[in-house]
Design a protein around this ligand. Structure first.
Ligand SMILES: Nc1ncnc2c1ncn2[C@@H]1O[C@H](COP(=O)(O)OP(=O)(O)O)[C@@H](O)[C@H]1O
Ligand SMILES: [Mg+2]
Length: 357
C-alpha cells in the first residue's frame, strides 16, 4: 500500500523501515550505494503490555512516544529520517494469489475486487487493497492481492504520524521479511520461511520472492519461555535468560529440557509440514519444498534449526537478511550482533529506498 505523501511536500525522502509488533518495535536504516546497500543504523525496543494487543494498536500516544525513543536510541547514530515504511502483522492481513482473465488494467481492478471479496471474510469497503500481476499466460493473469482492515492500518498510521514521521508505504511484515531473506538466484525453488517472533510465528512459502501461501500460528518465542518458566518453576526473566543461553540443549530423550521443549518443536514441525503439504497439494501441485529458512528472534534458539532439520528431513537454516541486501557481514556489527530479529525491518527499509530514486 503506497501512501505517497512526499510528492506533495516536494521532498526527496530517505526511507527507513519500522517493524511494529505487540512486544517489540524495530527500526533499520539503509543507504543505497553503487555496490548495493549500506547499513546505517538500527535498534529494537520492547513495548509494555497493552500498547498493542493482538496486532491492534490500543494506546496510540504511548506507541508514538516509544517510536520516538526507538529512533533516538538507534545505533551507531539516531535515525533522523522523517519518512518511513512500516509493517502491519500477517495475523491481521489477507494475502491471496488469485487468477483473473486477461483484460484491461481498469477491468482487472474490478475483477480483483470481486475475486478478493469472495476470498476474504471481511467486506471490501473495510479493507485497504493492493494487487500486482505476478504471472500470466495467453488467457489468464495470476495476481497477488494484499488486503488489510482499515481499522488496523489506521491505528498504526495515527501513531506513526503522531511520532512526527511520514509514512511512505505500509507492508505486511512477512512480505518485507521475504524481501530481505531471498534473492532472485536463491529463490528459484520454493522455500518455506518461518518468522518466529515474540507473539506469533508467521509461515510463508515463496518462490521468485513471491508469497504463494502465508499463515500465522500462536506458537512463538514466548511459548518457549513460558514452558521453561512453568517446567522449572522459575521467573519469566530467568527463563528468558536460560532460553537464550542454552537453547534446546542436547535434545536427548528424558533430558529435562527435552521434556519441556520437545512438544513445542514437534508442534512447529507439524505446522511446517502441513503448510508444505498444502502448497504441494493445492497451490503449485507437485512442487516440493525442500528448504526451510528460519527468521526472527526465535530463530536464534540454539540447536533449533538442526533439530528441525532432523525432524523434517529437509534443509533448515537460519536466514540471513544480507542475502537480500547483497552486502557483507562485518558492517552490521555496529547495529546488532545478529541480524535475524531485523529481517523484517531490513526488508521494509529496502522498500523505503525505492522512493529515493
Ligand atoms: N538468542 C536467543 N535465543 C532464543 N530466543 C531468542 C534469542 N533472542 C531473542 N529470542 C526470542 O525472540 C523473540 C522475539 O523475536 P522477534 O522476531 O524480535 O519478535 P517480534 O518480531 O515479534 O517483535 C522473543 O521471544 C525472544 O525470547
Ligand atoms: Mg517480527
Amino acid at each position: 500500500m503506497n501512501l505517497l505523501l512526499h510528492n506533495l511536500l516536494g521532498n526527496k525522502p530517505k526511507g527507513f523501515g519500522l517493524e511494529i509488533e505487540d512486544s517489540y518495535i524495530k527500526a533499520f536504516q539503509l543507504k543505497g550505494s553503487k555496490s548495493g546497500f549500506l547499513m546505517v543504523s538500527g535498534n529494537l525496543r520492547p513495548l509494555r503490555k497493552g500498547i498493542i494487543q493482538d496486532g491492534q494498536v490500543v494506546q496510540v500516544e504511548e506507541l508514538a512516544k516509544e517510536i520516538k525513543e526507538l529512533l533516538k536510541s538507534s545505533r551507531p547514530k539516531p535515525i533522523k529520517s522523517k519518512f518511513v515504511v512500516f509493517s502491519v502483522p500477517e495475523t491481521k492481513s489477507f494475502i491471496r494469489t488469485i487468477q483473473i482473465p486477461k483484460m484491461s488494467r481498469e477491468e482487472a481492478g474490478e475483477a480483483v475486487k470481486w475475486e478478493t471479496e469472495a476470498n476474504i471474510p471481511v467486506s471490501l469497503d473495510k479493507v485497504y487493497l493492493d494487487w500486482q500481476t505476478i504471472d500470466s499466460n495467453e488467457k489468464n493473469n495470476d495476481v497477488l492481492v494484499v488486503a488489510v482492515p482499515k481499522e488496523v492500518v489506521d491505528g498504526y498510521c495515527r501513531a506513526v504520524f503522531l511520532s512526527g514521521l511520514i509514512p511512505l508505504a505500509v507492508e505486511v511484515d512477512i512480505i518485507a521479511t521475504i524481501r530481505s531473506l531471498t534473492s532472485e538466484e536463491n529463490n528459484k525453488e520454493p522455500i518455506l520461511i518461518a518468522d518466529i517472533g515474540a507473539d506469533k510465528t508467521s509461515l510463508a512459502i515463496c518462490k521468485n520472492k513471491i508469497p504463494y501461501f502465508s499463515s500465522s500460528i500462536p506458537l512463538c518465542g514466548k511459548t518457549f519461555t513460558d514452558a521453561l518458566q512453568k517446567g522449572l518453576g522459575i521467573s519469566y526473566g530467568k527463563a528468558e535468560e536460560l532460553k537464550e543461553k542454552y537453547g534446546l540443549g542436547k535434545m536427548k530423550k528424558d533430558d529435562m529440557l527435552y521434556n519441556i521443549y520437545n512438544p513445542l518443536v514437534e508442534n512447529l514441525a507439524v505446522e511446517i509440514d502441513r503448510s508444505i503439504n498444502f502448497y504441494s497439494e493445492s497451490i503449485n501441485v507437485q512442487e516440493k519444498v525442500e528448504r526451510v529458512v528460519l527468521s526472527g528472534g526465535g530463530s536464534l534458539l540454539r540447536e533449533l534449526a538442526d533439530y528441525l532439520s532432523l525432524r523434517l528431513g529437509k534443509e533448515v537454516v537460519v536466514g540471513d537478511p544480507e542475502i537480500g541486501l547483497g552486502t557483507n557481514k562485518d558492517k552490521a556489527i555496529n547495529i546488532a550482533r545478529d541480524l535475524s530479529p531485523f529481517s523484517t525491518s531490513i526488508g521494509l527499509a529496502m522498500r523505503g529506498l525505492d522512493y529515493e530514486n
